[in-house]
Design a protein around this ligand. Structure first.
Ligand SMILES: [Zn+2]
Ligand SMILES: [Zn+2]
Length: 336
């Protein structure tokens, strides 16, 4: 799962001119030599993006303060924080990930609009950017073209990749990813054009104002709990899929790849921790064969499907799963 906390600078310029972004691309990239074919080669020296380091550190400082004052806030503020966490999380897992990155189901325009707005609540870059990073991640996992290559260690795959300029391979391979479906989606492109104001409204203003307006919570409390703490927590659970679930856990479907089944990553991400399964069957809307077991995203998609907002849900047959386990997974050495 991929995400960026504070959008790369090339974004604005690339929005309306997707094929002519070379100047801007250099900005967020290592400026020295380029490696090829997505393979791990000798890497250019790290170039730290200090602004991101400061912003990420400041956010986590504010989040710790939010955690400290949490017991003093009103119970309804906790409830609202949880609601914002789940809605923002859904904008990532159901929206950016399962719908837009993998096309694992289809959604009516009203559901896409809702998911787009909820995606703004999680502020992990606009959907277009998120999807491109994520498709590159799947195609070139554990190579230099993978934005959060877990072979570079836990810290890099968790948050460090957001603090340095991207490896040139990420940019090169990213440009080759087919994004035509996203360009054709008006809701995605609308979000890309108006990302900053939308994110400020849905990630900061709305979570902060609701407790103040409806149950007289102090604005100060509301800001640090419902924005800072909730946002930092959501970022970390999202990042845990790139770090924890690419380093630790079981690999029943393919033992040769790094993505693994990881309960830690699964708990906070509404069901994105079945990562060995997901990398083997990325088109499966459930990202797991375990039904709704710790998989709130699947439950929500099922509910959307019940009322006709989601349709054409893609799943993987039990036979295909079994075949994969026999070929590359935990049943490899068993006689058929
Ligand atoms: Zn994925
Ligand atoms: Zn992954």
């Amino acid at each position: 799962m991929s995400c960026e906390i504070f959008g790369p600078r090339e974004k604005n310029r690339e929005r309306m001119a997707p094929k002519n972004s070379t100047t801007a691309e250099a900005e967020n990239t290592y400026l020295t030599k380029t490696s090829t074919n997505g393979r791990n080669t000798e890497r250019p020296p790290l170039q730290i993006v200090w602004l991101n380091v400061y912003l990420i550190t400041a956010l986590h400082g504010m989040a710790l303060y939010g955690l400290y004052i949490l017991p003093r806030t009103k119970p309804w503020t906790w409830v609202w924080m949880g609601v914002c966490f789940i809605l923002g999380g859904a904008g990532i897992t159901i929206g950016a990930h399962r719908l837009w990155s993998h096309r694992s189901f289809k959604a009516t325009w009203s559901l896409r609009l809702f998911l787009m707005l909820m995606n703004c609540m999680s502020a992990q870059n606009d959907i277009f950017e998120w999807v491109r990073d994520h498709r590159v991640h799947h195609k070139y996992s554990e190579t230099d073209a993978d934005p959060h290559n877990a072979k570079r260690g836990f810290f890099f795959s968790h948050v460090g990749w957001l603090m340095v300029r991207k490896h040139p391979d990420v940019r090169t391979k990213g440009k080759q990813i087919d994004m035509s479906d996203l360009y054709a989606d008006n809701i995605v492109m609308f979000q890309r054009r108006h990302y900053k104001p939308l994110t400020i409204i849905f990630n900061i203003i709305l979570p902060t104002l609701v407790p103040w307006y409806f149950w007289n919570e102090a604005l100060w409390n509301s800001f640090f709990v419902c924005f800072a703490f909730r946002y930092a927590y959501l970022l970390n659970v999202t990042w845990s899929v790139n770090s924890f679930a690419h380093i630790w856990g079981s690999r029943p479907y393919d033992e040769a790849i790094s993505p693994s089944q990881n309960l830690v990553a699964n708990l906070g991400t509404l069901g994105e921790g079945y990562h060995n399964f997901h990398h083997c069957f990325p088109q499966d809307y459930a990202t797991s064969e375990l039904g709704t077991y710790i998989n709130l995203s699947k439950f929500f998609i099922d509910c959307f499907a019940l009322v006709g907002l989601a349709y054409d849900l893609k799943t993987t047959s039990k036979e295909a799963v079994l075949q994969r386990r026999r070929r590359t997974g935990d049943l490899r050495n068993q006689k058929h």
